[in-house]
Design a protein around this ligand. Sequence first.
Ligand code: 5AD
Ligand code: SF4
Length: 476
Amino acid sequence: MIDLQLTDKTHDEERQGEALVIDAPLVRNGRKLYIESYGCQMNFADSEIVASILLDQGFETTGDYKEADVVFINTCSIRENAEQRVRNRLSQFGAEKRRNPKLIVGVLGCMAERLKSKFLEEEKLVDVVVGPDAYRELPQLLSEVESGHKAINVLLSREETYADISPVRLNGNGITAFISIMRGCDNMCSFCVVPFTRGRERSRDPYSILAEAQDLFDRGYKEVTLLGQNVDSYKWKGADANEDAEIEVNFAQLLEKVALISPDLRIRFSTSHPKDITDEVLHTIAKYDNICNYIHLPVQSGSTRVLELMNRTYTREWYINRVDAIRRIIPGCAISSDIIAGFCTETEEEHQETLSIMDYVGYDFAFTFSYSERPGTLAARKYADDIPEEVKKRRLAEILLKQQQTSLFRLQQFVGKTVRILVEGTSKKSDKDFCGRNDQNAMVVFPATEGVKAGQYVNVHVDRCTSATLLGTVVN
Ligand code: 5AD
Ligand code: SF4
């Protein structure tokens, strides 16, 4: 996850419509694509695949939808409010389309997959609906629209990983980039719509992952984040590099291979699943300095009974055992979490168990949500969404408050110390400041210093902190 953000509205999984623009125009056909992405990092990575496919067709990107020929919105279905946000945005695009009837409006991603042709019925101004596994078909689908038809492809695939498509890095800082290592999810957590919208889990071949990481490094990138819904279940089987034997590669081995590209390339990854994270992965992280000491390990609930209803397939004790292993094998490793308040039938005592596991772990960050029933999921079919909204809100507020206190406590541990950070660029708040993250993923802000530029590793003495940021000065 990217930022420490403590309200459920701003969770990274629900990043709001950022328009993605390519810095350098290529050889073009005069047509302009505007693409806006919502939701998880995977969606942002997918938008870079989509842009790559359309750039190959001669499109260029624009940051202003009013000058676009094609407007795409890459959508998120994870919670109801994420979908509502997309609908609101679509009505703005609709107004633009009334002004400019030639404008093509397309819905991509999870909402496209969830609602399929219903989308075309519900949102008359939408021309094309494309699910996450059908982006290769975009050029044909756009031709259909141009010949006067509505177009849709929401077929899910068991193989598609877009391994051969080299994503164009949109809106990037030129320093950090995402690499998708797998797609889909086979876990079937009962609250979650992802297995329905993104299909079966499949791992991308390691050679194309390594080539992508190497290429990024050669172009000056200094950090890659390996992305998957459940990276610990990464598994690939196929021919070795010389094509004379069959090999199997698991996540620990993949991590190691990426880490070996260069000690100057930092590796992050997300998301880890408590049931699958192995000691082998933890030892690999401990072995390489350039694999960041930061694990996003969503707990969802601290109650074994609720975890069972959620179909998370681990108990409170199992989760604690994994945290103990992290503390033992990688001392000082930061841990973050996703937590859901008010899942079906959750009692007050079970909510207290969530608060107590938060105390036990002492999360560095947490993304917190109140339960939102999603149509078609196991929970929607089996359990009543029976916790009143005010109770969910109150429980969520208690979780948030605890996390704020713990985050502050965690960051205070760095005050007075010197941390090594990768400079990402100027700070969002002031161009007189630079920012970057330390190994544990804490954001560090410091006054711009002569000779220091984006992409460098520097040591910063931490003078003070807020509950979200470390503030300091560069030291040699
Ligand atoms: N309601 C609330 N939160 C959810 N998440 C997934 N589905 C739901 C839902 N129906 C949260 C989980 C997951 C994160 C990405 O989003 O905490 O880890
Ligand atoms: Fe959803 Fe669970 Fe898969 Fe995460 S692991 S995407 S919460 S089903």
